[in-house]
Design a protein around this ligand. Structure first.
Ligand SMILES: [Zn+2]
Length: 106
């Protein structure tokens, strides 16, 4: 399912995912599903405006990992904002954890 993160933090590429990802890019319009703007398919990977293939229903919440209908194209930037938001929405651990002030007074 997607890339596996090894204990040392490196990412193990999943060959099936690589295939599905390529197919999604080839079959979908190069438009960001999150902000609606065109995606520059020439943008270097991992830059803010680069193309990312995103799961509409996250795999962690029961979405099909390799179903093209569950995939959308997004900017790398927009996808990151979305996952940050999801993490806030669904992180129901200690509600005060994020209120800890970032102090500069040492
Ligand atoms: Zn976007």
């Amino acid at each position: 399912m997607g890339n596996r993160i090894l204990p040392d933090g490196s990412v193990l590429e999943d060959p099936v995912w690589q295939q599905v990802r390529k197919r999604a890019i080839a079959s979908k319009d190069p438009v960001c599903a999150l902000c609606g703007n065109p995606i520059d398919m020439e943008a270097p990977p991992h830059t803010p405006m680069a193309c990312e293939v995103d799961h509409i229903i996250p795999v962690s919440r029961g979405g099909a990992p390799y179903d093209i209908d569950n995939l959308q194209l997004t900017h790398s930037r927009c996808n990151r904002q979305k996952s940050n938001r999801l993490r806030e929405d669904y992180d129901d651990s200690d509600p005060n954890a994020n209120l800890c002030p970032l102090s500069n007074n040492w």
